[in-house]
Write a protein that binds this ligand. Sequence first.
Ligand code: PEP
Ligand code: MG
Length: 587
Amino acid sequence: MRNMRKGIPVSPGVTVGKAYCIDEIFVNPHTHQLAENEVLPELRRFEQAREQTAADLRALDHKVSTQVGPAHAAIFRAHEAILRDPAFTAKVRSWIVDHRETAQSALHRILNEYTSLFARTRDEYLRERLTDVRDVIIRLSSHLSPALEPGSTVVPKPTVVVAHELLPSHAVALGDCEVAAIVTQTGGQTSHAAILARSRGIPAVSGVKDILRQVKNGDTIVVDGRTGHVIINPDAETESAYRKLQREFFQLKDVLAYNRDQPARMGDGEEVELLANINSPDDARAANAVGAAGVGLYRTEYLFLTHADVPDEEEQYRAYREVVQASPGHRVTIRTLDLGGDKTIPYLGHSREANPFLGWRSIRLSFEHPEFFMTQIRAVLRAGAAARRGQVRLMFPMITTLEEIRRVRSLVRKAGQQLERAGKRHTEVPIGLMLEVPAAAVCIDSLVREVDFVSIGSNDLVQYLMAADRDNPKVSHLCQPLAPAMLRVLAQVIEACRRADKPVTLCGEMAGQPRAYVLLLGMGLRSFSMSPAFIPTIKELTGHVSAAQAQQILRRAMQFRTTHDVMRFMGRTIAELAPNLKPLDME
Ligand code: PEP
Ligand code: MG
């Protein structure tokens, strides 16, 4: 089919909707020259857009301040400062007046100019600000093209957002838009857009190269989040076939809501723990709403990424306590900052590295900033006192060696002593390692002895094991959790934890994928943490399989020697085990 494109399926479900391209500015800037008498009206249009953008930002500031807390809204105040920057506005005006360009085109030029300028500067802080400038320009641009205005009645419905990538500010603005599906040009299974789509239960496809060149606002667009297919302006027959699938998807989601208050039990009655991955107190509430047994991964970096300056111990303590109080059963595994790679904050002095995922990221970065790290640990120990002992756990990402665990343990001890001396209420917390580096997997029998629990971060483990960037669509065929190599490693790690009698959870995205989930059950894993939106499906699937069946399925899957064969076999197996879940199974 000529109008069919294939990307990476990142969030299951099917949608037939209308395209809404949120950053067309980069692809199709208006280039026509203004006539003499058009210059003044264009300047006025720009001023109006600026006022509307400022109003948007103030509304977002207010919304986020009241719903999440003022510290989280600082980013929008920073964006307003960019918008009000006289040098920035003077540049736009000059392009309109001196060069007779449209405001849209001027913004496009300025963005290009900043992009090359920032690429050359050595000032890391400035370079990081490019994302903010880009965000402001996109927002401004949306007001210059009325069809792009978020929340306006001209946004086509049901809205399928088509974007180069999804920025954090889009995510907030889109909250009001009832997004029915998301398609992005970049990114993979674990990029920000994918995680966001999954946490909202919205079908999504990533890595569809150049889609913005082929689709325009208002086009009918089919998004199949199970297979990764995107069809633009389908013929009547195709559209009606996908509409049928879409109805099935909605019906299934409604049906599954029934299991919210029931425990997840296998066919033979054995209980399985289904926990939620969260980024914020709102997500913790979503975890409650779907009947999660607790929070298995709280990614604290989002607190830092949405904060204009550094959250101090008091702010962090309050944020963590809020999450603890909002989480099911007050059970939360808090992960310390996992920055670096694709997530950076300016004040830690990040330098551009040739291989950011192999460089100064995560726990390595935390060790370099011991005071900063200790502040976070103290805040967690204090938040732990808001729950019963042992319910709040502390987890360290990207542990590679035994020395790192020892160092972490000593820092936690020291943080406890500091709080003791300061007379601040706190508690002891279980300490865990995130298993995401192959070296740690190889030595897991040795590392596991020195921690209280293990959580497998399969998103990173698979990228490091397969040497394939998790966000790069070009190598997504390699970055596959069902690769035979990955299955072997997972089975070994789970077995080592069982032998050491240490609790083990898997909190990567594969936990929420039916095909992978059944194999993990077969390996003996009984604790999983996933995007809240997946919990109802996985709970339902649990009841369709017994331990013995899962083991047998695993034995057969391990005999296949290619990822493709494992995938095909598991696709068939899920269809047989739980035919009712087909609309939610991802390829
Ligand atoms: C992982 O790596 O599997 C994980 C859960 O952490 P993140 O996706 O935040 O790196
Ligand atoms: Mg990780």
